[in-house]
Design a protein around this ligand. Structure first.
Ligand SMILES: CC(C)(COP(=O)(O)OP(=O)(O)OC[C@H]1O[C@@H](n2cnc3c(N)ncnc32)[C@H](O)[C@@H]1O)[C@@H](O)C(=O)NCCC(=O)NCCS
Ligand SMILES: Nc1ncnc2c1ncn2[C@@H]1O[C@H](COP(=O)(O)OP(=O)(O)OP(=O)(O)O)[C@@H](O)[C@H]1O
Length: 207
């Protein structure tokens, strides 16, 4: 098994790359999804969020109002740090538990972690893949996807490390400045490199 870290700035295209690698055969563990799971209705994580941020952060159906919490924590560094302290340990524990179930010795396990560099995990993997995009494209995609103003999008970009800091620790960089077809070609090329690292090139590629 090899363990791969996949990161990139907000709206850089991590999920798109994660899906492409999954289609090639990777087992992808998505921290954003785990961060949703650990605050599911009835969870201890949600109880901790309510204790800190109040029941006003809930939707009428009892679920977390993610848009409201996002507005709050991306305009308040201290609040964001408190939310991180609630969510991150639970996400790590969940990711570890999933990985512990992997029995295939040839598995390529991709941990998709937005804040991989911010949380100092750059030395925890056999290979690090960074999805990189210029900031203007990133901001435009983020504004369109999340229906944010330019200032709101910029605040989310500024809540993360710089491109330079991420690129510094990358083993492989996937540029996502063109279309989705180019992205698929670039992800495919990196998949081949990961197969080489695993020492089983050709095995499991099927393409
Ligand atoms: C603030 C929340 C409720 C907003 O939810 P929303 O559904 O709008 O966004 P989503 O969770 O899909 O995250 C989208 C992207 O935002 C960025 N992001 C999320 N949380 C953070 C954070 N604490 N700091 C910096 N960037 C962040 C990441 O690039 C992530 O991929 C949510 O992001 C959250 O709970 N964040 C804290 C936990 C966390 O750090 N998650 C990231 C992976 S563990
Ligand atoms: N090459 C591309 N061309 C056009 N749009 C793209 C491209 N790659 C990604 N997108 C779009 O940009 C947005 C961000 O992509 P994606 O959700 O994969 O990023 P992400 O890094 O996973 O985001 P987050 O950090 O918020 O989880 C999405 O709306 C996606 O459809």
């Amino acid at each position: 098994m090899i363990r791969v870290g996949l990161t990139g700035g907000i709206a850089s295209g991590k999920s798109a790359v994660g899906e492409l690698l999954r289609q090639h055969g990777a087992l992808v563990i998505d921290s954003d999804q785990l961060a949703r799971d650990v605050v599911a209705p009835g969870s201890a994580g949600l109880a901790a969020v309510i204790e800190r941020f109040g029941a006003g952060i809930l939707l009428p159906d009892g679920g977390l109002d993610r848009a409201a919490l996002g507005r709050l924590v991306f305009s308040d560094d201290a609040a964001r740090a408190e939310l991180n302290a609630i969510i991150h340990p639970r996400v790590r524990a969940a990711a570890t538990a999933i990985e512990a179930q992997v029995s295939d010795p040839y598995a390529i396990v991709v941990h998709m972690i937005p804040l991989l560099v911010e949380t100092g995990q750059q030395d925890s993997f056999d290979a690090l893949v960074v999805v990189d995009v210029d900031e203007d494209t990133q901001r435009a995609r983020l504004m369109a996807r999340n229906d944010l103003t330019e200032d709101e999008a910029q605040a989310r970009i500024d809540a993360q490390v710089s491109r330079t800091d991420r690129l510094r620790v990358a083993d492989f960089v996937i540029r996502n400045d063109a279309g989705l077809e180019e992205l698929a070609e670039r992800a495919h090329a990196v998949w081949h490199e990961l197969l080489k690292r695993r020492g089983q090139q050709g095995d499991g590629c099927g393409c």
